[in-house]
Design a protein around this ligand. Sequence first.
Ligand SMILES: Cc1cc2nc3c(=O)[nH]c(=O)nc-3n(C[C@H](O)[C@H](O)[C@H](O)COP(=O)(O)OP(=O)(O)OC[C@H]3O[C@@H](n4cnc5c(N)ncnc54)[C@H](O)[C@@H]3O)c2cc1C
Length: 383
Amino acid sequence: MPKSNAQQRALIVGAGIAGLTTAWWLGRAGWDVRVVEKASSFREGGYMIDFFGPGHEVARRMGLLPALERWRAPISSVTSVDSRGRRRSEISTAAYEAVADGVISLLRGDLASAIRDDVHAPVRYGTTVSVVDDGLVTFSDGTSGEFDLVVGADGVHSRVRELVFGPSFVRYLGHHVAAFSVRDAALSARIGYRYQMLTVPHRMIGCYAVRDGATAALMLCRAPSAEVPDDPAAALRARFGDLGWVTPSLLSVVPQDVYYDEVSQVDMAVWHRGKVVLVGDACGAVSLFAGHGASLAMAGACVLAEELSAGFDGAFARYQARMKPAVERTQEFGRRFIGWMAPSSAWRISVRDLVFRLSGLPVVRNLVRGSLVPDVDGVLTPA
Ligand SMILES: Cc1cc2nc3c(=O)[nH]c(=O)nc-3n(C[C@H](O)[C@H](O)[C@H](O)COP(=O)(O)OP(=O)(O)OC[C@H]3O[C@@H](n4cnc5c(N)ncnc54)[C@H](O)[C@@H]3O)c2cc1C
């Protein structure tokens, strides 16, 4: 157990939402914090997330809300279109906000950037861990160090988790996802600041204008195997090439470094061992079907820091006891939501679109609230 704050050394693996938030809170609590990040530089942009719930409250406590408001994407609606781009149904942002209290839609990279701007700990990019032996860590560049605390915040495919806990724990949800941005002013003007999506059974393609004349795209499809293809751009062309609307334009410019991944959750009985603890997607990924992953990652980081401040002994168990029920409820919610985001039949797509059309009515709004928002209350202590 560390003897005093001045001597406490923490290593955080992963400079994403969970890692940077942990660095922020531990730094404020007096820890000497180091961060290593596998990517060669800070990961900008990415996909749009809806940010609300406990993470929003953590952001408020960190004083980040003004920055997040500056990054807020001016999306006015979510629109379902047909293969010729004609509107099938629409839910206005105002109606969505009435369901999802305080929601801020912004790019994942913009959220991470707002947190990073307020983190004082040094981040070593292009570096990962090759050995984690309790507090003794060997890095990919051959250097090593000893730490009182090692936080695995390295996402759904966590290396720390694999090294310390073993290879299993990932629950595949039967889908692949890709996200990328293209700079095409004409396309951006055509799409506008509406989240537009074309859904056919088991496949969905969505896009929306982002700043500087760019368009962000999201592609989601059912896939029997979790294994991702060697050439994601070619796989996307093969999988989505028959769809109309703006799909041909998007497929003609898929970048080689497109974000492409299996859609999975992480399910572990215990999130800690010795001096090592996991936070965010590394221990409790809920998947894009649930949303809320970024929000829970921030809440987890804050709760972990709170429990460490209350006393090192038992802190990890107390942190897990506070977070895990909300994570499990959100995961369960995510599995139910697959049918909303990637409906399996034309009939189900029509039902979803009908609910969208009626979402302006308060009675329908109340009915769908439980389908759109998981129950994540109660993880934070009152401010
Ligand atoms: C398409 C999509 C849509 C989503 N929509 C929403 C939404 O609407 N709302 C919401 O709240 N959440 C959403 N999420 C989920 C959310 O993005 C994640 O849950 C959240 O980013 C998790 O944060 P994290 O820090 O745990 O992981 P990440 O953000 O993935 O960060 C992990 C970091 O660790 C780094 N890393 C990985 N491996 C190593 C290694 N071996 N060594 C060092 N560093 C490493 C990575 O490069 C990355 O920087 C969505 C996710 C996807 C894919």
